[in-house]
Write a protein that binds this ligand. Structure first.
Ligand code: HEC
Ligand code: HEC
Length: 256
């Protein structure tokens, strides 16, 4: 309980929404199974705001009620939604994690502690799937055009937040996994999308070479590794591949 209550303390509760209709906030807790029943209702509401913020959702994501309607019309005690049941399990999981953290060596003597919260994993999204997995699964399930659209839309919405990693390796990893699954067209399309985000990247050309190798297209692989070395003469991986593929002579500077 400690970590959840700690969270609730951080939230500023104010605004005209509360207490207007006389039913929200409720006078007491009805159907709580993780939160102690005697917890002040406003503290619970603060905790709930943190849940919603951490998952990037609003109250009706977990509770029975209409978006845009007054909170007094919601039935917060009902357990009808899968997401609420999942959230309850997540609350128990977070408690367990923090109990485990308390047992770390020399933990008690440390001057500061990092508590795990919903935000630690969720970072503003309800299903905290790594971006490379999301792109790979979308490319396989709905096609690479969908995956490309999704990537652009997510970048538009979340760039600069902790939700997704828009750094260069993400799409490289997605492309590599697609190639491993034999989806070469999809893989090259995702690599192209990455090169659009990171023009002139030597690393991207290396990936293109490696995926051509997996595909068995040695000519294209050699061209890609040459491009990689052109872009960055210190790219050791591309140099090594070129040496192996061309017998050494034209693979770039040879080491003494
Ligand atoms: C991610 C899911 C989730 C979101 C979003 C969420 N809640 Fe909850 N809420 C829960 C869970 C789970 C419980 C039950 C906790 C327990 O069993 O101890 C709960 C319980 C409550 C209760 C106590 C109900 C009772 O039984 O008396 C209130 C009031 C409440 N939530 C209000 C809100 C409000 C207001 C919002 C929006 C700011 C909100 N919740 C957003 C999951 C959520
Ligand atoms: C250790 C990491 C972690 C923490 C901490 C965590 N979650 Fe989750 N949560 C996940 C993962 C991973 C999933 C997705 C599981 C899946 O769909 O395969 C998930 C899924 C969910 C879902 C279902 C979302 C959906 O769209 O299906 C809810 C609701 C949820 N979490 C609520 C919470 C709440 C509330 C907290 C804090 C009390 C919390 N989680 C803390 C990892 C975490």
């Amino acid at each position: 309980m400690r970590s959840l209550l700690f969270l609730a303390g951080l939230v500023c509760l104010s605004g005209p929404v509360f207490g207007q209709a006389g039913k929200f906030p409720p006078d007491s807790l009805v159907n709580v199974k993780v939160i102690p029943k005697n917890t002040p209702v406003m503290q619970v509401v603060g905790m709930m705001r943190n849940f919603a913020g951490a998952l990037g959702v609003r109250c009706p994501f977990c509770h029975v009620g209409q978006e845009g309607q007054p909170l007094s019309s919601f039935d917060f005690a009902k357990d009808d939604k899968r997401t609420k049941l999942t959230a309850r399990q997540m609350m128990r999981m977070v408690e367990e994690i923090n109990r485990r953290l308390d047992t770390l060596p020399e933990h008690a003597q440390m001057t500061s502690h990092v508590e795990v919260t919903c935000q630690t994993c969720h970072r503003g999204v309800s299903r905290p799937m790594p971006l490379e997995q999301l792109i790979m699964e979308t490319a396989q399930g709905s096609g690479v055009d969908s995956a490309t659209r999704d990537y652009r839309a997510l970048r538009e919405r979340y760039y600069g937040r902790a939700a997704y990693d828009f750094g260069e390796p993400t799409l490289d990893v997605a492309a590599f996994r697609l190639a491993r699954a034999g989806k070469y067209d999809e893989s090259f399309a995702i690599l192209k999308l990455n090169e659009e985000q990171f023009p002139g990247s030597s690393n991207a050309a290396t990936f293109r070479g490696n995926i051509n190798l997996m595909k068995g297209d040695t000519t294209a692989a050699i061209a890609a590794f040459r491009e990689a070395v052109q872009r960055d003469s210190t790219n050791g991986e591309a140099q090594g591949r070129l040496r192996a593929l061309t017998g050494g002579a034209r693979g770039g500077p040879t080491r003494p």
